[in-house]
Design a binder for this molecule. Structure first.
Ligand code: PGA
Length: 247
């Protein structure tokens, strides 16, 4: 089995002063057995990657363009992220889907571009509160999964993050039973599509209000192979406590 994967998403937070926090994180998690990735704003990516040199920590982008190069002002390609030191990239985060109107078809193109460039794509899916209230969460996640995940993906090139939109940044999380129901469902869909071996090797992350206080129980949930952490990844002590829970 691949190691568990814990990904920190700094979103639009952080400048040079946060590099000290990252050094502290590397020190605190020197003996961790899980794989640890920090996705800072693109402006910090290369500096953070240098901070992590000689440590077990890796860096990732928060988004990429689906093209390789071209006239796309403000965008960053997957190859550019790799060039800056990244080994991972998050695609299809719900904030990208809502702030920038990204569709699952676009997310799939981005994931394809990321994998082509040699990055691991972390594809995010998840229902809104309204969709869960209507009992549509499996249907919504299933469609997003089908449409956002490229063909030919495997455990080395892809991770899937289930992030219910209503749990992101709210302090609310689904019950462990609800997380397991969703992760079982995603696992079965991945096995149907990619076969038993690849379908089981693709790591399934839970994301949305993961904190030191709930990380232990989430990490013990069936078919949870890691987590995607926003707010609590900004402080070395809280992120390190979450990493500890995912050993
Ligand atoms: P949160 O964010 O941990 O702050 O809820 C998670 C995410 O958006 O990836």
């Amino acid at each position: 089995m691949p190691p568990k994967l814990v990904v920190g998403n700094w979103k639009m937070h952080g400048g040079a002063e946060e590099l000290a926090e990252a050094r502290d994180l590397a020190r605190r998690s020197a003996d961790a057995k899980c794989q640890i990735v920090v996705c800072p704003p693109a402006t910090l990516l290369n500096r953070l990657d240098r901070e992590f040199e000689g440590t077990r920590l890796a860096t990732g982008g928060q988004d990429c363009h689906f093209g390789r190069t071209g006239a796309h002002t403000g965008d960053i390609s997957a190859a550019m992220l790799l060039d800056a030191g990244a080994r991972f990239v998050i695609v299809g985060h719900s904030e990208r889907r809502s702030d920038h109107g990204e569709t699952s078809a676009q997310v799939r193109s981005k994931a394809d571009a990321a994998i082509d460039a040699g990055l691991v794509a972390v594809v995010c899916i998840g229902e809104t509160e309204d969709e869960r209230d209507k009992g549509m969460e499996l249907e919504v996640a299933g469609t997003q999964l089908e449409e956002s995940v490229p063909g030919g993906a495997d455990g080395d090139s892809l991770a899937v993050a289930y992030e219910p939109v209503w749990a992101i940044g709210t302090g609310r999380t689904p019950s462990i039973a609800d997380i397991e129901a969703m992760h079982d469902f995603i696992r079965s869909r991945l096995i149907e599509r990619f076969g038993e071996t690849a379908g089981r090797a693709i790591r399934l992350l839970y994301g949305g209000s993961v904190k030191p206080g709930n990380a232990e129980s989430i990490s013990g949930a069936r078919n949870v192979d890691g987590c995607l952490v926003g707010g609590a990844s900004l402080t070395a002590s809280s992120f390190a406590a979450i990493i500890d829970a995912f050993e």
